[in-house]
Design a protein around this ligand. Structure first.
Ligand SMILES: C[S@@+](CC[C@H](N)C(=O)[O-])C[C@H]1O[C@@H](n2cnc3c(N)ncnc32)[C@H](O)[C@@H]1O
Length: 203
């Protein structure tokens, strides 16, 4: 899969655009800046946006090509981000070190999802928040009718609101919803899709 993402990010265009995810931006812009982590951050659109708001940004992805594009975007917009190339499995950030974590289309298989989400909760400071948007299991129906909307083609990589409620049961949930949305993110998220959105705070 790393090769797949490197190939995608070697194209000139930004795969999901240069603008942040709308749900992330809506919530992040309401919070006082602190330290934020973006797992699976690809070409850096969310990381760079957070840095523009004054957040101290750490992000990671398995793709070196993603890192190159993200650093180019950061330079273009005169901000700095700390970008690491590694997988979820190799994630090793100190406990209670981030005020927020942004999980935007950070899809992982069912067998790893729960474990990785637990590790992310451990990295959050008390009072820290998680913002998540991911394609829901219902998204397969939309993807079959319009491949341009993108997203994983297999159910194992898609989430339900029950999955997310269970993963983040120890947090105080402020918002958890599944809904149909219109996506217009770069080249690969275009059209109507179905997502899970979550916003919660660690006690
Ligand atoms: C759909 S893109 C989303 C990128 C970014 N979060 C955004 O919203 O623009 C999914 C990203 O997940 C990354 N990814 C998938 N599996 C991963 C893993 N096991 N470890 C690290 N990154 C992974 C891919 O390299 C890709 O950049």
């Amino acid at each position: 899969m790393k090769e797949f993402w490197n190939e995608r990010y070697q194209q000139t265009a930004y795969a999901y655009g240069k603008l942040p995810n709308v749900f992330l931006a809506e919530h992040l812009s309401q919070l006082p800046p602190g330290r934020i982590l973006f797992p699976a951050e690809g070409e850096g659109r969310n990381a760079v946006y957070a840095a523009q708001l004054g957040w101290e940004v750490t992000c990671f992805d398995q793709s070196d090509a993603g890192k190159e594009k993200a650093l180019a975007l950061a330079t273009e917009l005169s901000v700095s981000i700390d970008y690491h190339v590694h997988t979820f499995m190799e994630m090793n950030y100190p406990e209670e070190s981030f005020d927020a974590i942004g999980l935007i289309y950070a899809h992982m298989p069912e067998a790893r999802r729960r474990i990785n989400h637990q590790r992310m909760i451990q990295c959050l400071k008390p009072g820290g928040i998680i913002i998540l948007e991911a394609f829901s299991k219902s998204h397969l129906y939309y993807r079959e009718r319009n491949p341009d909307v993108g997203g994983p083609a297999v159910e194992d990589l898609l989430y339900s609101s029950d999955d997310i409620a269970a993963d983040f049961a120890d947090l105080s949930t402020k918002l958890l919803a599944e809904s149909e949305i219109n996506l217009n993110e770069g080249v690969y998220h275009v059209g109507t899709g179905h997502v899970v959105r979550y916003f919660g705070r660690k006690a």
